[in-house]
Design a protein around this ligand. Structure first.
Ligand SMILES: [Zn+2]
Length: 552
């Protein structure tokens, strides 16, 4: 046949045949990452492995056939398949480039990502593969003619097709029951690689959660919270809580990284009243969506309950109930509900000269006008600075030119166009900038003569920089590598604060290699600010371990 006649052809096909054909195409074109991951577990080894592979392949086709038979009709068939083909092509690209698992959390991350962030993620490099695997087959689908059928006959054929697909799925799973059940039990996360089932099922889950969430107010916590034991005559207190972004312990100079990425903090740490660095800190999650609400909740990872955390007030509300004012300054995409109804300022579209552009602000913008903002409130207060930090993949945009110290640098958000050294260099330069940001904030707090001041820095989660082929973060917690869950934490108290509170900083330093986690944050902040409420647990308060008897 000549090319022209192929291009002109408009084959006639029934919707059921189209569903089967599309499912076969999905199994072959969109599930390579899934089969690669299955192979990596060793489950496809030998004759038994060949059987497992065949059965998995057939089951994936049959399951998607069932799904499509439910979704497709003569009006939805073409538009829906085209959307699926294009989404699949993009999803398959990101899964193979970054090993992304499309569970509900990942989908929430993507849906909550703003335009600027997604602009960084959509790389030109993805376009050829989206064209070949998405646009070309979409064009072919568009050219098809759907076979018209009388309603009853059509429904009957659809019903028979679905029953047959169920039988085939069951047969395939039975034929290799031992292999497949062991695989899915031991590697539950693999199901999030089966495309497009992964994101369709997750989408339904996210939509259902959103529906439930909509009219549900946050349950109050710590309504009776009170500041206890604080002499009224003492100077007002100011705690700055810096929530870091995507900084991992492995690249944190103070945690023993071979490269000094925290020179200023290291110099400060050598002085008597210098900051204390905690070396063994675990994050609650591997993404902002999980970690941020979790670290501000009383339950943490130890009693993790996403629904409960998302529908309860946070540490900041408890502080407010105790009469301590809070302020959230944000250089990211918001406080994820943690500061709901409380004072909030966004720098996402800030206009501070020299540090903000149309693309966004450097983190130091959050220090701009801070002194004036604090002066408004004469009493105790807690200010949260939510950094953009090391948010990837465009690490090279997170710091000004002066911090371009490790070179050569990966200067694109398209990580697969850079080698590993270039990616790590860009990432480490961004850590250098966080070092500067924290040192600046400590200096600023040191200059607040009228107040006792303190700073706590805690990163939300880590990042993969190519180890085991993984990039970015968000791998399900149970299988997340240490690089995504081991994070830096730092505390600093002004001499006035530690004296007034009777906190022995030498003791804090001596215990800074203890195993701690983001679960300690809620209780440590309440402890430091002397807030008493039933939710407070002294055993998780890192200051309580090093407290002298209160000075009389
Ligand atoms: Zn994050």
């Amino acid at each position: 046949m000549q090319l022209r006649s192929i291009l002109r052809a408009r084959p006639l096909i029934s919707i059921e045949a189209l569903a089967v054909a599309a499912s076969i195409y999905f199994a072959v074109a969109s599930n390579q990452t899934f089969f690669r991951a299955v192979a990596a577990t060793g489950a496809l080894h030998g004759a038994k492995g060949a059987l497992t592979f065949t059965c998995l392949f057939v089951a994936i086709i049959a399951l998607h056939t069932i799904l499509l038979c439910v979704l497709l009709n003569r009006w939805t068939a073409k538009p829906l398949l085209i959307v699926l083909l294009l989404t699949n092509a993009a999803a398959a690209y990101f899964m193979s480039a970054y090993t992304v698992y499309f569970d509900a959390d990942m989908l929430r991350n993507i849906l909550h990502t703003d335009g600027k962030e997604s602009h960084e993620l959509v790389s030109l490099h993805a376009l050829p593969s989206i064209f070949v695997y998405g646009v070309l087959p979409s064009w072919m689908v568009w050219r098809l003619r759907l076979k018209p059928r009388p309603l009853l006959r059509g429904l009957l054929i659809r019903f028979v097709t679905i029953v047959l697909a169920i039988v085939v799925t069951a047969a395939a799973l039975m034929a290799s029951f031992q292999g497949i059940s062991a695989l899915m039990r031991n590697h539950r996360e693999l199901r999030y690689l089966v495309t497009p089932g992964n994101y369709l099922v997750s989408l339904v889950q996210v939509a259902r959660d959103a529906e439930v969430d909509h009219n549900r107010p946050r349950a109050p916590i710590g309504m009776q919270a009170k500041v206890v034991g604080r002499p009224a005559a003492e100077r007002p207190r100011l705690l700055v809580l810096v929530v870091g972004e995507t900084v991992r312990a492995q690249d944190w100079g103070l945690d023993g990284y071979a490269r000094q990425t925290t020179p200023q903090l290291a110099a400060l740490a050598r002085t008597p009243a210098g900051p204390i660095n905690f070396t063994h800190v675990m994050a609650c999650g591997s993404s902002t969506e999980i970690s941020l609400p979790c670290m501000f909740s009383p339950w943490g990872r130890a009693h993790y309950d996403k629904d409960r955390i998302d529908h309860s007030q946070s540490l900041l509300h408890v502080l407010e109930h105790a009469g301590i004012r809070t302020l959230w300054r944000d250089n990211q995409t918001g406080c994820k509900g943690v500061c709901e109804g409380l004072a909030f300022e966004s720098f996402e579209h800030g206009s501070v000269p020299d540090v903000c552009t149309a693309e966004g602000c450097l983190d130091e913008a959050m220090l701009h006008g801070l002194a004036e903002r604090i002066a408004v409130n004469p009493g105790d207060q807690v200010v949260v600075l939510h950094q953009l930090g090391n948010h990837g993949p465009a690490y090279y945009t997170r710091y000004p030119a002066a911090f371009r110290q490790f070179t050569p640098v990966c200067e694109t958000s398209d990580l697969d166009r850079c080698n590993r050294d270039e990616i790590v260099n860009a990432y480490d330069n961004a850590v250098l900038y966080t070092d500067d940001f924290l040192a600046r904030t400590i200096r600023f707090l040191g200059e607040q003569g009228g107040r006792d001041t303190a700073l706590i820095y805690l990163s939300d989660h880590g990042e993969s920089l190519g180890e085991d082929g993984l990039y970015l973060h968000g791998v399900p917690y149970a299988i997340a590598p240490d690089t995504q869950t081991h994070v830096p934490m730092l505390m600093w108290l002004s001499p006035g604060f530690s004296a007034a509170r009777g906190i022995d900083t030498a003791c804090m330093k001596a215990r800074s290699n203890d195993d701690v986690s983001q679960d300690n944050l809620f209780h440590s902040v309440l402890g430091l600010m002397q807030v008493r409420t039933p939710e407070y647990d002294a055993t998780l308060d890192l200051f309580a371990r090093c407290e002298h008897a209160a000075p009389v």
